[in-house]
Ligand binder design. Structure first.
Ligand SMILES: [Ca+2]
Length: 80
């Protein structure tokens, strides 16, 4: 569902994930799997609570994938 949303709004995603954000992705994504775990997010955003992370993790798999990250960035919950 979120993946379809991304495909329908590529410009919005590109705006949210600019070049600087991609560089920052690497800083957050410590293990390089393309997704953010809670420890990875908290390492750069100590104010992020596990509750906030759970809200962002809409698929409930314990990781933030590109779509979930884009939503979080748009909502101002992750650095753009
Ligand atoms: Ca997830």
């Amino acid at each position: 569902m979120t993946r379809k949303l991304t495909l329908m709004a590529p410009l919005a995603v590109l705006t949210a994930l600019g070049g600087a954000a991609l560089a920052q992705d690497a800083a957050i994504d410590i293990n390089g799997d393309g997704m953010y775990s809670y420890p990875e997010v908290q390492a750069v955003m100590p104010e992020m609570t596990e509750e906030d992370f759970t809200v962002l993790d809409t698929s409930g798999d314990g990781l933030l994938d590109a779509d979930e990250i884009a939503v979080a960035v748009e909502a101002g919950l992750l650095p753009a």
